[in-house]
Design a protein around this ligand. Structure first.
Ligand code: MF3
Ligand code: CO
Ligand code: CO
Length: 288
């Protein structure tokens, strides 16, 4: 049954529909007529959800801040996992990766040619000159927040530093496209154009994602160009990650038979940074 003017609004505000999201929904119909797709309402976050993800994000960000001080040559990726696991629990949160679709650890540690989903291991010892992505997802009071950063192990080469820097700039370039009532695909268009200007490639097999009470939900956020369609419309209340994986060589991936580890197919370096972001009334807010 279609929602009536005096019904409570679908957003959970407790207001009548006519006083809350009715006008908003009518404006969306016009965008649909122009050829945009609209995300189902159930994926839009209300103020309770947003506050929940924001609080979760504080823990995720604190872990990424703190982990910097333990990363040095000679430690194992398992040491990083132990630190992340304990820090998360000490702060009343749950590490989302642990047992997610059978992932065995509490964070992802992706070194050098590992694109993403590297599994921490006591056998993997970090060496001087390595680059590593640590990807953290915390759950606090049922709300997920997902963010990742790159770290240098000891002294790294100029070319690795450049890749790490440009990958971070790719995330920022994508972020700057986030405005309500514009194309979601502007994000991928801008990231691919920027990466290509340095002769780097953008991974296509893995995408950003909506996030909230679920780890991965709608929308899918591609980081490469999909020029043709209007595609999905950005609207206030959408929360999703942007997490471009930028490669020195080919964008093609190779998969280990552990069910998780994703490597570059040519063995060249890869770098990734990730934020969880909210689409606001006039732009975006970084939640993690
Ligand atoms: N945090 C990753 C992402 O950015 C997902 C990791 S799935 C896991 O989406 F199971 F490996 F944790
Ligand atoms: Co993510
Ligand atoms: Co992540």
């Amino acid at each position: 049954m279609k929602i009536q003017a005096n019904d409570p609004c679908w957003c959970g505000s407790g207001e009548k529909y006519k006083k809350c999201h009715k006008e908003f929904d009518l404006s969306l119909i016009n965008y649909q007529k122009e050829g945009f797709s609209i995300i189902p309402h159930k994926f839009l976050k209300n103020s309770t959800d947003i506050e929940g993800i924001r609080k979760s994000g504080l823990i995720t960000r604190a872990i990424l801040d703190e982990v910097k001080s333990i990363i040095k040559p000679g430690i194992s990726t398992e040491d990083i996992n132990t630190f992340v696991h304990n820090y998360t629990l000490d702060n009343g949160a749950i590490p989302a990766p642990l047992h997610y679709k059978k992932f065995p650890k509490s964070c992802c540690t992706s070194v050098n040619e590992c694109i993403c989903h590297g599994i921490p291991s006591p056998k993997h010892i970090l060496k001087d000159g390595d680059i590593i992505n640590v990807d953290i997802t915390s759950i606090l009071n049922g709300y997920h927040s997902d963010s990742s950063r790159m770290y240098a192990v000891g002294e790294i080469s100029e070319s690795r530093q450049k890749l790490v820097d440009v990958a971070k700039e790719c995330l920022m370039v994508g972020l700057n496209q986030v405005k309500p009532f514009t194309r979601l695909n502007n994000i991928g268009d801008a990231i691919e154009e920027y990466a290509k200007s340095f002769n780097y490639s953008v991974v296509r097999d893995l995408c950003g994602h909506g996030i909230g009470k679920q780890f991965h939900e709608e929308p899918e956020v591609v980081h490469y160009s999909q020029k043709t369609k209007k595609g999905l419309l950005l609207i206030p209340g959408m929360v999703f990650t942007i997490e471009p994986m930028i490669n020195e060589g080919t964008y093609k991936c190779k998969y280990l038979n552990d069910g998780w580890t994703v490597l570059t197919s040519d063995g060249k370096m890869s770098a990734q940074w990730e934020h969880t972001i909210l689409v606001t009334e006039n732009g975006y807010e970084i939640l993690a």
